[in-house]
Design a protein around this ligand. Structure first.
Ligand SMILES: Nc1nc2c(ncn2[C@@H]2O[C@H](COP(=O)(O)OP(=O)(O)O)[C@@H](OP(=O)(O)OP(=O)(O)O)[C@H]2O)c(=O)[nH]1
Ligand SMILES: [Mn+2]
Length: 179
């Protein structure tokens, strides 16, 4: 009964309920849950990672940052390892946006290997999404700035998953951003 498949369904259902009223910033307002599902799918399908706790953390990675979910709630429902990985990839929303962005660059190298995999896949998904379409209200300059900032974060994540890093490198190369 506690198979990985059952656990993943429980996790994706929890994330879907938490993100139920959220939409992405693209002009079509895609349901937000497409993002965490896509991040988990990148980890398994492209990264070749089958660690169930990493996949669960990927599905849950934006629940605390963007919904009313608490770490205590994640720990009670999914255990301390999943809750810790989510905590490692969660920005402190009490800080200014500039400070949050700076801290991501600073903290990347100090994350656990499991959190680094989630961060790599999160950035890969978001950069591909930016190539697919521009979020409402974003200028071309803001898109380029996101690529430059993401490359600074990814620098601290290197040596974690070759396949994901190779795909990120190619996206940066296409934008003329040096990793
Ligand atoms: N590319 C893209 N991103 C979108 C879209 N809709 C929502 N987002 C989210 O927006 C965040 C990036 O936008 P920013 O302006 O840099 O950050 P902010 O949301 O904190 O203000 C990402 O959050 P995150 O996943 O927490 O990652 P992070 O970049 O903050 O680490 C991303 O998931 C979309 O349509 N396209
Ligand atoms: Mn995310």
């Amino acid at each position: 009964m506690n198979s990985d498949a059952v656990l993943l369904l429980e996790t994706v259902n929890f994330a879907a309920e938490k993100h139920r009223n959220q939409r992405r910033k693209d002009p079509e307002a895609t349901p937000y849950i497409n993002h965490p599902i896509g991040v988990a799918r990148i980890i398994s399908h492209e990264g070749g990672v089958a660690d169930i706790e990493v996949l669960q953390a990927a599905l849950l990675h934006d629940t605390v940052e963007d919904t009313d979910t608490s770490f205590a709630e994640l720990e009670a429902k999914f255990g301390p390892i999943v809750a810790r990985i989510v905590q490692e990839v969660t920005d402190d929303k009490s800080l200014s946006k500039q400070e949050r962005k700076r801290q991501q660059v600073e903290h990347a190298a100090h994350c656990s290997r499991q959190a680094k995999v989630v961060k790599l896949a999160d950035k890969l998904y978001n950069l591909r999404d930016l190539n697919r379409c521009t979020p409402s209200g974003w200028t071309a300059e803001r898109v380029q700035e996101y690529f430059v900032w993401a490359s600074e974060v990814v620098k601290g994540l290197r040596g974690t998953n070759y396949a994901l890093e190779e795909r990120l490198e190619e996206l940066f190369r296409q934008r003329g951003v040096q990793l």
